[in-house]
Design a binder for this molecule. Structure first.
Ligand SMILES: [Zn+2]
Length: 247
């Protein structure tokens, strides 16, 4: 019996009244010293098993953490319904462009955009398909975001240096001391007012490299209600589909 089977059996013996058992992904690690559990919207629940740990030890570890795993999993499922499974999209909507694309697999060598259809190569893993789609969204971002920055720069007189489109794991954007604006391509999953808020936020950092009173006053001057909108930007991560977060 493999470790994986034994462990999942162990966990599916549910305490009374509980629903589905959380799916666990096991990963052997030569470097890890301790058994660890990592949780994230795109990897689900990952159990990292050091090379020298046997199934019994792993099962005891999971049993000891059973409640925590269940609670964490339920919370993750509530916030990210697709957590732990890589679901490729049938439709991609980029709200700020007011457009959507049907996604289909086809006999193509690379991703092809044809009108409102995106054709994905049949060859490759779901992860590769997800990365292809991400690269495509990034292209859209590279075309759409700099003009927005320029429009706000013209309106506010806050002129950035370079604009770079990136795939930061945890932030929508940043502004360096040299004036480079780094914008996350996943902004494309937000509505235009939210994107504008983030763009203005980073531009205001050209003048105030902090989140002090003057910073917020400057933002509010150019966008009334900016502070409240800015506070809601964190929620925007829930609009980013799991496939767009895969590494
Ligand atoms: Zn900031």
């Amino acid at each position: 019996m493999t470790a994986r089977k034994q462990l999942s059996l162990d966990l599916t013996a549910p305490p009374a009244g509980n629903d589905e058992a959380p799916p666990l992904n096991f990963r052997r690690s030569a470097r890890a010293r301790h058994l660890q559990i990592k949780v994230g919207p795109h990897k689900g629940i990952e159990v990292i098993v050091p090379r020298n740990r046997g199934p019994d030890e792993v099962a005891r570890f999971l049993e000891a953490n059973r409640e925590w795993i269940r609670n964490t999993w339920q919370k993750l499922k509530r916030d990210y319904p697709e957590a732990g499974q890589l679901v490729l999209p049938q439709l991609i909507r980029l709200p700020s462009l007011g457009r959507e694309w049907q996604v289909a697999f086809a006999d193509v060598k690379r991703l092809v955009e044809r009108g409102d259809r995106l054709l994905l190569p049949q060859a490759g893993t779901p992860r590769q398909a997800a990365l292809r789609l991400q690269a495509w969204v990034k292209q859209k971002a590279a075309a759409a975001l700099p003009p927005r920055v320029e429009a706000w720069a013209a309106r506010t007189g806050l002129e950035p240096g370079r604009i770079s489109i990136r795939g930061q794991a945890t932030r929508w954007g940043s502004c360096s001391s040299r004036g480079t604006l780094s914008l996350n391509f996943r902004l494309m999953f937000l509505e235009a007012p939210e994107i504008d808020c983030l763009v203005l936020h980073e531009l205001c950092h050209l003048q105030h490299m902090n989140h002090g009173r003057s910073f917020w006053a400057l933002m509010e001057r150019h966008m009334p209600g900016a502070r409240a909108r800015d506070r809601r930007l964190g929620e925007g991560w829930k609009l980013v589909p799991a496939w767009a977060l895969v590494k």
